[in-house]
Design a protein around this ligand. Structure first.
Ligand code: EPZ
Length: 419
Protein backbone atom coordinates (compact mmCIF):
# COMPACT_ATOMS: atom_id res chain seq x y z
CA UNK A 1 0.00 0.00 0.00
CA UNK A 2 1.34 3.47 -0.82
CA UNK A 3 1.57 6.30 1.70
CA UNK A 4 2.76 9.87 1.61
CA UNK A 5 5.47 10.55 4.19
CA UNK A 6 5.84 14.23 5.10
CA UNK A 7 8.59 15.55 7.38
CA UNK A 8 7.40 18.88 8.75
CA UNK A 9 9.22 22.13 9.42
CA UNK A 10 10.22 23.34 5.97
CA UNK A 11 9.24 26.78 4.68
CA UNK A 12 7.85 26.56 1.12
CA UNK A 13 9.63 28.90 -1.27
CA UNK A 14 9.50 29.16 -5.05
CA UNK A 15 7.00 28.88 -7.91
CA UNK A 16 4.30 26.30 -8.60
CA UNK A 17 2.06 26.04 -11.70
CA UNK A 18 -1.60 25.15 -11.26
CA UNK A 19 -3.00 22.39 -13.49
CA UNK A 20 -6.33 22.47 -15.33
CA UNK A 21 -9.47 22.37 -13.18
CA UNK A 22 -10.85 18.91 -12.31
CA UNK A 23 -14.34 20.34 -11.77
CA UNK A 24 -14.27 22.08 -15.15
CA UNK A 25 -12.78 19.28 -17.28
CA UNK A 26 -15.18 16.55 -16.06
CA UNK A 27 -18.43 18.21 -17.24
CA UNK A 28 -16.67 19.46 -20.39
CA UNK A 29 -15.59 15.90 -21.30
CA UNK A 30 -19.20 14.83 -20.69
CA UNK A 31 -20.43 17.64 -22.96
CA UNK A 32 -18.15 16.45 -25.80
CA UNK A 33 -20.58 13.51 -26.18
CA UNK A 34 -22.93 15.97 -27.88
CA UNK A 35 -20.44 16.99 -30.59
CA UNK A 36 -20.90 15.24 -33.96
CA UNK A 37 -17.28 16.09 -34.82
CA UNK A 38 -14.07 15.75 -32.73
CA UNK A 39 -12.97 18.04 -29.85
CA UNK A 40 -9.41 18.84 -28.79
CA UNK A 41 -8.54 19.89 -25.23
CA UNK A 42 -5.39 21.47 -23.77
CA UNK A 43 -4.31 21.91 -20.11
CA UNK A 44 -6.18 18.73 -19.15
CA UNK A 45 -5.10 17.59 -15.66
CA UNK A 46 -3.89 13.97 -15.66
CA UNK A 47 -6.07 12.80 -12.76
CA UNK A 48 -7.77 9.54 -11.80
CA UNK A 49 -11.19 11.12 -12.36
CA UNK A 50 -10.23 12.16 -15.91
CA UNK A 51 -9.12 8.60 -16.64
CA UNK A 52 -12.42 7.29 -15.23
CA UNK A 53 -14.67 9.54 -17.30
CA UNK A 54 -12.52 8.85 -20.38
CA UNK A 55 -13.12 5.12 -19.88
CA UNK A 56 -16.85 5.79 -19.53
CA UNK A 57 -16.88 7.58 -22.89
CA UNK A 58 -14.95 4.71 -24.49
CA UNK A 59 -17.65 2.40 -23.10
CA UNK A 60 -20.14 4.40 -25.19
CA UNK A 61 -18.15 3.77 -28.35
CA UNK A 62 -16.45 7.18 -28.33
CA UNK A 63 -12.77 7.48 -29.33
CA UNK A 64 -10.65 9.08 -26.59
CA UNK A 65 -6.91 9.74 -26.91
CA UNK A 66 -4.72 11.16 -24.15
CA UNK A 67 -1.35 12.53 -25.25
CA UNK A 68 1.63 13.86 -23.35
CA UNK A 69 1.60 17.55 -22.37
CA UNK A 70 -1.92 17.38 -20.92
CA UNK A 71 -3.69 17.02 -24.28
CA UNK A 72 -6.95 15.08 -24.75
CA UNK A 73 -8.70 14.35 -28.05
CA UNK A 74 -12.28 13.09 -28.15
CA UNK A 75 -14.05 11.93 -31.32
CA UNK A 76 -17.76 11.42 -30.64
CA UNK A 77 -18.76 11.27 -34.30
CA UNK A 78 -20.16 7.85 -33.38
CA UNK A 79 -21.88 7.16 -30.05
CA UNK A 80 -23.19 3.61 -30.08
CA UNK A 81 -24.59 3.17 -26.58
CA UNK A 82 -26.65 5.05 -24.06
CA UNK A 83 -25.71 2.78 -21.14
CA UNK A 84 -22.33 3.60 -19.57
CA UNK A 85 -20.37 0.79 -17.85
CA UNK A 86 -21.87 0.34 -14.38
CA UNK A 87 -18.67 -0.33 -12.44
CA UNK A 88 -17.09 2.88 -13.77
CA UNK A 89 -20.16 4.94 -12.88
CA UNK A 90 -19.93 3.67 -9.32
CA UNK A 91 -16.30 4.77 -9.09
CA UNK A 92 -17.11 8.40 -9.56
CA UNK A 93 -20.41 10.05 -8.74
CA UNK A 94 -19.45 13.07 -10.82
CA UNK A 95 -19.99 10.88 -13.90
CA UNK A 96 -23.73 11.33 -13.33
CA UNK A 97 -23.60 14.43 -15.43
CA UNK A 98 -23.24 12.42 -18.58
CA UNK A 99 -27.01 11.98 -18.32
CA UNK A 100 -27.75 15.39 -19.83
CA UNK A 101 -25.47 14.92 -22.87
CA UNK A 102 -26.72 11.34 -23.50
CA UNK A 103 -30.35 12.50 -23.38
CA UNK A 104 -29.54 15.32 -25.78
CA UNK A 105 -27.57 13.12 -28.19
CA UNK A 106 -29.31 9.74 -27.92
CA UNK A 107 -32.74 10.65 -26.55
CA UNK A 108 -32.25 8.25 -23.66
CA UNK A 109 -29.82 7.03 -20.99
CA UNK A 110 -29.62 4.10 -18.61
CA UNK A 111 -27.43 5.02 -15.66
CA UNK A 112 -26.78 3.52 -12.27
CA UNK A 113 -27.49 5.80 -9.36
CA UNK A 114 -24.25 7.55 -8.48
CA UNK A 115 -23.10 6.44 -5.06
CA UNK A 116 -22.95 8.91 -2.23
CA UNK A 117 -19.50 9.51 -0.90
CA UNK A 118 -17.75 10.30 2.34
CA UNK A 119 -18.93 13.92 2.47
CA UNK A 120 -22.62 13.30 2.08
CA UNK A 121 -25.57 11.45 0.56
CA UNK A 122 -25.21 13.45 -2.64
CA UNK A 123 -28.85 13.13 -3.79
CA UNK A 124 -29.81 13.88 -7.41
CA UNK A 125 -33.38 15.09 -6.94
CA UNK A 126 -32.63 18.57 -8.34
CA UNK A 127 -31.15 17.01 -11.50
CA UNK A 128 -34.19 14.72 -11.99
CA UNK A 129 -36.70 17.52 -11.35
CA UNK A 130 -34.97 19.58 -14.02
CA UNK A 131 -34.99 16.73 -16.54
CA UNK A 132 -38.71 16.11 -15.88
CA UNK A 133 -39.38 19.79 -16.60
CA UNK A 134 -37.67 19.33 -20.00
CA UNK A 135 -40.12 16.51 -20.81
CA UNK A 136 -37.94 13.58 -19.77
CA UNK A 137 -39.63 10.37 -18.59
CA UNK A 138 -37.82 8.85 -15.59
CA UNK A 139 -37.95 5.26 -14.37
CA UNK A 140 -35.98 4.41 -11.23
CA UNK A 141 -35.62 0.90 -9.87
CA UNK A 142 -32.98 -0.86 -7.78
CA UNK A 143 -30.34 1.75 -8.24
CA UNK A 144 -30.88 2.01 -11.99
CA UNK A 145 -32.24 5.16 -13.62
CA UNK A 146 -33.69 4.96 -17.10
CA UNK A 147 -34.49 8.29 -18.71
CA UNK A 148 -35.93 8.95 -22.12
CA UNK A 149 -37.29 11.86 -24.14
CA UNK A 150 -39.66 10.15 -26.61
CA UNK A 151 -41.00 13.50 -27.78
CA UNK A 152 -37.64 15.27 -27.62
CA UNK A 153 -36.46 17.79 -25.01
CA UNK A 154 -38.65 20.88 -24.72
CA UNK A 155 -37.29 24.18 -23.39
CA UNK A 156 -38.94 25.65 -20.28
CA UNK A 157 -38.20 27.72 -17.18
CA UNK A 158 -36.63 25.78 -14.30
CA UNK A 159 -36.08 27.08 -10.76
CA UNK A 160 -33.42 25.18 -8.78
CA UNK A 161 -34.34 24.72 -5.12
CA UNK A 162 -30.60 24.88 -4.41
CA UNK A 163 -27.91 26.29 -6.76
CA UNK A 164 -26.51 22.81 -7.40
CA UNK A 165 -23.33 22.88 -9.52
CA UNK A 166 -23.92 19.46 -11.07
CA UNK A 167 -27.62 20.01 -11.70
CA UNK A 168 -26.92 23.38 -13.37
CA UNK A 169 -24.35 21.67 -15.61
CA UNK A 170 -26.49 18.62 -16.40
CA UNK A 171 -29.62 20.61 -17.31
CA UNK A 172 -27.65 23.29 -19.21
CA UNK A 173 -26.11 20.58 -21.40
CA UNK A 174 -29.45 18.89 -22.11
CA UNK A 175 -31.14 22.25 -22.81
CA UNK A 176 -28.45 23.13 -25.40
CA UNK A 177 -30.13 20.65 -27.82
CA UNK A 178 -33.71 21.09 -26.59
CA UNK A 179 -36.45 22.63 -28.73
CA UNK A 180 -37.03 26.26 -27.74
CA UNK A 181 -35.62 28.37 -24.91
CA UNK A 182 -34.76 27.17 -21.39
CA UNK A 183 -34.29 29.60 -18.51
CA UNK A 184 -32.46 28.31 -15.41
CA UNK A 185 -33.21 30.32 -12.29
CA UNK A 186 -31.26 30.16 -9.00
CA UNK A 187 -28.50 28.53 -11.07
CA UNK A 188 -25.02 27.87 -9.67
CA UNK A 189 -22.51 30.62 -10.53
CA UNK A 190 -19.20 28.75 -10.17
CA UNK A 191 -16.41 29.54 -12.70
CA UNK A 192 -16.64 25.91 -13.88
CA UNK A 193 -20.21 26.63 -15.08
CA UNK A 194 -18.87 29.53 -17.16
CA UNK A 195 -16.10 27.33 -18.58
CA UNK A 196 -18.66 24.68 -19.59
CA UNK A 197 -20.93 27.30 -21.19
CA UNK A 198 -17.97 28.74 -23.12
CA UNK A 199 -17.09 25.29 -24.48
CA UNK A 200 -20.74 24.58 -25.39
CA UNK A 201 -20.98 27.95 -27.19
CA UNK A 202 -17.82 27.09 -29.15
CA UNK A 203 -19.67 23.88 -30.14
CA UNK A 204 -22.51 26.03 -31.52
CA UNK A 205 -24.76 26.32 -28.47
CA UNK A 206 -26.53 29.58 -27.62
CA UNK A 207 -26.05 30.10 -23.86
CA UNK A 208 -26.15 33.45 -22.08
CA UNK A 209 -25.83 34.38 -18.43
CA UNK A 210 -23.51 31.61 -17.19
CA UNK A 211 -21.82 32.86 -14.04
CA UNK A 212 -25.01 34.56 -12.86
CA UNK A 213 -28.05 32.98 -11.19
CA UNK A 214 -30.11 33.18 -14.39
CA UNK A 215 -28.92 31.28 -17.46
CA UNK A 216 -30.72 31.45 -20.83
CA UNK A 217 -30.23 28.58 -23.27
CA UNK A 218 -31.70 28.72 -26.78
CA UNK A 219 -31.79 25.16 -28.10
CA UNK A 220 -30.08 24.38 -31.42
CA UNK A 221 -30.37 21.39 -33.74
CA UNK A 222 -26.80 20.11 -33.61
CA UNK A 223 -23.46 20.71 -31.90
CA UNK A 224 -20.04 20.20 -33.48
CA UNK A 225 -16.76 19.55 -31.66
CA UNK A 226 -14.46 22.41 -30.61
CA UNK A 227 -10.93 23.13 -29.40
CA UNK A 228 -10.83 24.27 -25.78
CA UNK A 229 -8.27 25.03 -23.07
CA UNK A 230 -9.27 24.01 -19.54
CA UNK A 231 -9.31 26.83 -16.94
CA UNK A 232 -6.92 26.64 -13.97
CA UNK A 233 -7.97 24.67 -10.91
CA UNK A 234 -8.88 27.31 -8.30
CA UNK A 235 -9.02 24.69 -5.53
CA UNK A 236 -5.58 23.26 -6.30
CA UNK A 237 -4.20 26.82 -6.49
CA UNK A 238 -5.85 27.69 -3.17
CA UNK A 239 -4.32 24.63 -1.55
CA UNK A 240 -0.81 25.81 -2.48
CA UNK A 241 -1.61 29.35 -1.36
CA UNK A 242 -2.57 28.03 2.09
CA UNK A 243 0.58 25.84 2.15
CA UNK A 244 2.70 28.98 1.63
CA UNK A 245 0.87 30.87 4.38
CA UNK A 246 1.00 28.02 6.93
CA UNK A 247 4.73 27.33 6.52
CA UNK A 248 5.73 31.01 6.68
CA UNK A 249 6.88 30.62 3.10
CA UNK A 250 7.01 32.77 -0.02
CA UNK A 251 5.37 31.13 -3.03
CA UNK A 252 4.20 32.37 -6.43
CA UNK A 253 1.27 30.26 -7.65
CA UNK A 254 1.17 30.53 -11.45
CA UNK A 255 -1.71 29.88 -13.88
CA UNK A 256 -4.24 31.39 -11.48
CA UNK A 257 -7.23 33.63 -12.25
CA UNK A 258 -7.12 35.91 -9.16
CA UNK A 259 -10.79 36.81 -9.62
CA UNK A 260 -11.61 33.17 -8.80
CA UNK A 261 -9.71 33.41 -5.51
CA UNK A 262 -11.43 36.42 -3.89
CA UNK A 263 -12.83 34.66 -0.76
CA UNK A 264 -9.56 32.87 0.00
CA UNK A 265 -7.37 35.92 -0.67
CA UNK A 266 -9.56 37.94 1.70
CA UNK A 267 -9.19 35.29 4.44
CA UNK A 268 -5.43 34.93 3.95
CA UNK A 269 -5.00 38.71 4.32
CA UNK A 270 -7.32 38.73 7.37
CA UNK A 271 -5.09 36.04 8.88
CA UNK A 272 -2.03 38.25 8.32
CA UNK A 273 -0.48 36.74 5.20
CA UNK A 274 0.75 39.03 2.43
CA UNK A 275 -1.01 38.32 -0.89
CA UNK A 276 0.18 40.01 -4.10
CA UNK A 277 -2.12 39.56 -7.12
CA UNK A 278 -0.90 39.75 -10.70
CA UNK A 279 -2.65 39.05 -14.02
CA UNK A 280 -2.26 35.25 -13.95
CA UNK A 281 -0.47 34.51 -10.71
CA UNK A 282 -0.72 35.13 -6.97
CA UNK A 283 2.22 35.47 -4.55
CA UNK A 284 1.62 34.47 -0.93
CA UNK A 285 4.03 35.34 1.87
CA UNK A 286 3.24 33.73 5.23
CA UNK A 287 3.89 36.09 8.12
CA UNK A 288 3.80 33.68 11.05
CA UNK A 289 2.14 33.44 13.45
CA UNK A 290 -1.11 33.76 11.54
CA UNK A 291 -4.23 35.08 13.22
CA UNK A 292 -7.38 32.99 13.65
CA UNK A 293 -10.16 33.82 11.15
CA UNK A 294 -13.68 32.40 10.84
CA UNK A 295 -15.14 30.96 7.66
CA UNK A 296 -18.59 29.96 6.41
CA UNK A 297 -18.79 27.94 3.19
CA UNK A 298 -21.33 29.16 0.63
CA UNK A 299 -22.13 28.67 -3.07
CA UNK A 300 -19.90 30.78 -5.34
CA UNK A 301 -18.92 33.60 -4.97
CA UNK A 302 -18.87 32.68 -1.27
CA UNK A 303 -16.05 30.77 0.41
CA UNK A 304 -15.78 27.39 -1.41
CA UNK A 305 -16.65 24.21 0.48
CA UNK A 306 -13.76 22.55 -1.38
CA UNK A 307 -11.33 24.79 0.54
CA UNK A 308 -12.92 24.17 3.97
CA UNK A 309 -10.67 21.34 5.13
CA UNK A 310 -7.56 23.15 3.96
CA UNK A 311 -8.30 26.42 5.74
CA UNK A 312 -9.23 24.50 8.88
CA UNK A 313 -5.73 22.98 8.85
CA UNK A 314 -4.35 26.51 8.65
CA UNK A 315 -6.52 27.64 11.58
CA UNK A 316 -5.06 24.84 13.71
CA UNK A 317 -1.69 26.63 13.76
CA UNK A 318 -3.11 30.19 13.85
CA UNK A 319 -3.31 32.23 17.05
CA UNK A 320 -6.78 32.44 18.59
CA UNK A 321 -10.16 30.78 18.32
CA UNK A 322 -11.73 30.31 14.87
CA UNK A 323 -15.01 28.87 13.69
CA UNK A 324 -15.63 27.01 10.43
CA UNK A 325 -19.23 26.49 9.31
CA UNK A 326 -19.98 24.06 6.48
CA UNK A 327 -23.31 24.90 4.84
CA UNK A 328 -23.00 22.87 1.62
CA UNK A 329 -22.41 19.23 2.64
CA UNK A 330 -23.79 17.46 5.69
CA UNK A 331 -20.74 15.38 6.52
CA UNK A 332 -17.63 17.28 5.56
CA UNK A 333 -15.79 17.31 8.91
CA UNK A 334 -14.09 13.90 8.75
CA UNK A 335 -10.68 15.57 8.68
CA UNK A 336 -11.37 16.90 12.21
CA UNK A 337 -10.67 13.54 13.87
CA UNK A 338 -7.49 13.10 11.84
CA UNK A 339 -6.24 16.61 12.68
CA UNK A 340 -7.03 16.06 16.38
CA UNK A 341 -4.92 12.88 16.31
CA UNK A 342 -1.99 15.11 15.39
CA UNK A 343 -2.64 17.43 18.34
CA UNK A 344 -5.20 19.89 17.02
CA UNK A 345 -7.91 21.14 19.38
CA UNK A 346 -11.10 21.09 17.30
CA UNK A 347 -14.65 20.51 18.53
CA UNK A 348 -17.72 20.22 16.31
CA UNK A 349 -21.42 20.84 16.85
CA UNK A 350 -23.75 20.20 13.89
CA UNK A 351 -22.22 22.00 10.91
CA UNK A 352 -19.82 24.17 12.87
CA UNK A 353 -16.29 23.46 14.06
CA UNK A 354 -14.41 25.50 16.67
CA UNK A 355 -10.62 25.51 16.47
CA UNK A 356 -8.44 26.61 19.41
CA UNK A 357 -5.03 27.65 18.14
CA UNK A 358 -2.16 27.61 17.92
CA UNK A 359 -1.59 23.88 18.43
CA UNK A 360 1.75 22.13 18.19
CA UNK A 361 1.12 19.32 15.71
CA UNK A 362 3.04 16.07 15.97
CA UNK A 363 3.28 13.76 12.96
CA UNK A 364 1.61 10.34 13.08
CA UNK A 365 -0.32 7.90 10.87
CA UNK A 366 -3.43 9.55 9.43
CA UNK A 367 -5.93 8.90 6.61
CA UNK A 368 -7.25 10.88 3.69
CA UNK A 369 -10.97 10.48 4.31
CA UNK A 370 -11.91 12.31 1.11
CA UNK A 371 -10.17 14.34 -1.57
CA UNK A 372 -9.91 17.71 0.17
CA UNK A 373 -9.42 16.21 3.63
CA UNK A 374 -6.40 14.43 2.15
CA UNK A 375 -5.01 17.78 1.05
CA UNK A 376 -5.61 19.14 4.57
CA UNK A 377 -3.59 16.27 6.08
CA UNK A 378 -0.68 17.07 3.78
CA UNK A 379 -0.84 20.71 4.87
CA UNK A 380 -0.86 19.66 8.54
CA UNK A 381 2.12 17.37 7.88
CA UNK A 382 4.07 20.27 6.40
CA UNK A 383 4.03 22.08 9.77
CA UNK A 384 3.98 19.10 12.16
CA UNK A 385 6.96 17.94 14.20
CA UNK A 386 8.36 14.69 12.86
CA UNK A 387 6.86 12.40 10.24
CA UNK A 388 3.23 12.31 9.10
CA UNK A 389 2.24 9.22 7.11
CA UNK A 390 -0.92 9.63 5.03
CA UNK A 391 -2.85 6.61 3.71
CA UNK A 392 -5.81 6.16 1.33
CA UNK A 393 -3.99 8.13 -1.35
CA UNK A 394 -6.52 7.26 -4.06
CA UNK A 395 -8.60 10.17 -2.79
CA UNK A 396 -5.72 12.61 -3.33
CA UNK A 397 -4.86 11.17 -6.75
CA UNK A 398 -8.39 12.04 -7.91
CA UNK A 399 -7.82 15.77 -7.62
CA UNK A 400 -4.16 16.80 -7.39
CA UNK A 401 -1.85 16.31 -10.36
CA UNK A 402 1.82 15.69 -9.36
CA UNK A 403 1.29 17.04 -5.83
CA UNK A 404 4.45 15.37 -4.43
CA UNK A 405 6.68 16.75 -7.19
CA UNK A 406 5.10 20.22 -6.95
CA UNK A 407 5.59 20.36 -3.17
CA UNK A 408 9.16 18.98 -3.35
CA UNK A 409 10.00 21.71 -5.88
CA UNK A 410 8.89 24.20 -3.24
CA UNK A 411 11.22 22.67 -0.64
CA UNK A 412 8.84 20.30 1.15
CA UNK A 413 10.24 17.05 2.52
CA UNK A 414 7.57 14.71 1.12
CA UNK A 415 7.75 11.38 -0.64
CA UNK A 416 5.44 8.60 -1.80
CA UNK A 417 6.50 5.24 -0.35
CA UNK A 418 5.30 1.67 -0.50
CA UNK A 419 4.61 0.41 3.04
C1 EPZ B 1 -19.61 19.87 -7.33
O1 EPZ B 1 -20.27 18.74 -6.77
C2 EPZ B 1 -18.13 19.59 -7.20
N1 EPZ B 1 -17.77 18.38 -7.96
C3 EPZ B 1 -17.76 19.40 -5.73
O2 EPZ B 1 -16.34 19.22 -5.66
C4 EPZ B 1 -18.14 20.67 -4.97
O3 EPZ B 1 -17.87 20.49 -3.60
C5 EPZ B 1 -19.63 20.97 -5.17
O4 EPZ B 1 -19.93 21.06 -6.59
C6 EPZ B 1 -20.05 22.27 -4.50
O5 EPZ B 1 -19.29 23.34 -4.99
C7 EPZ B 1 -17.63 18.49 -9.30
O6 EPZ B 1 -17.81 19.54 -9.89
C8 EPZ B 1 -17.21 17.24 -10.02
P1 EPZ B 1 -23.80 20.29 -5.72
P2 EPZ B 1 -21.88 18.57 -6.94
O7 EPZ B 1 -24.77 19.60 -6.62
O8 EPZ B 1 -22.29 19.05 -8.28
C9 EPZ B 1 -27.11 19.00 -2.61
C10 EPZ B 1 -14.32 18.25 -4.97
O9 EPZ B 1 -13.77 18.10 -3.86
N2 EPZ B 1 -27.84 18.47 -3.78
O10 EPZ B 1 -23.60 21.76 -5.88
O11 EPZ B 1 -22.24 17.19 -6.54
C11 EPZ B 1 -25.87 18.17 -2.31
O12 EPZ B 1 -26.20 17.04 -1.52
C12 EPZ B 1 -15.81 18.00 -5.11
O13 EPZ B 1 -13.72 18.61 -6.01
C13 EPZ B 1 -29.13 18.00 -3.59
O14 EPZ B 1 -29.67 18.03 -2.48
O15 EPZ B 1 -22.37 19.59 -5.82
C14 EPZ B 1 -24.99 19.13 -1.57
O16 EPZ B 1 -25.38 19.14 -0.20
C15 EPZ B 1 -16.47 17.58 -3.82
N3 EPZ B 1 -29.79 17.49 -4.67
C16 EPZ B 1 -25.32 20.47 -2.22
O17 EPZ B 1 -26.58 20.29 -2.91
C17 EPZ B 1 -29.23 17.45 -5.93
O18 EPZ B 1 -29.89 17.00 -6.88
C18 EPZ B 1 -24.28 20.93 -3.23
O19 EPZ B 1 -24.19 19.94 -4.21
C19 EPZ B 1 -27.91 17.92 -6.08
C20 EPZ B 1 -27.23 18.44 -4.99
Amino acid sequence: MEKLVVKGGKRLVGTVKTSGAKNAVLPIIAASIMGVTPSHFDEVPMLEDVRTISEILKGLGIKVKTSQNNILDIDSTVVDSYEPPCELMRNMRASFFIMGPLLARMGKARIYMPGGCAIGARPIDIHLKGFEALGVEIDQSEGLIEVSAPHGLKGTTIYFDFPSVGATENIMMAAALAEGVTILENAAEEPEIVALANYLNKMGAKIRGAGTDVIRIEGVKELHGADYTIIPDRIEAGTYMIAAAMTGGDVVVENVLPEHQKPLIAKLREAGATVIEDIDNVRVIGNCPLKAVSVKTLPYPGFPTDMQAQIMAMMVVAEGTSRVTETIFENRFMHVEELNRMGAKITTADRSATIEGPSKLVGCDVRATDLRAGAAMILAGLVAEGETRIGDLHHIDRGYEDIVEKLRNLGADIERVDV
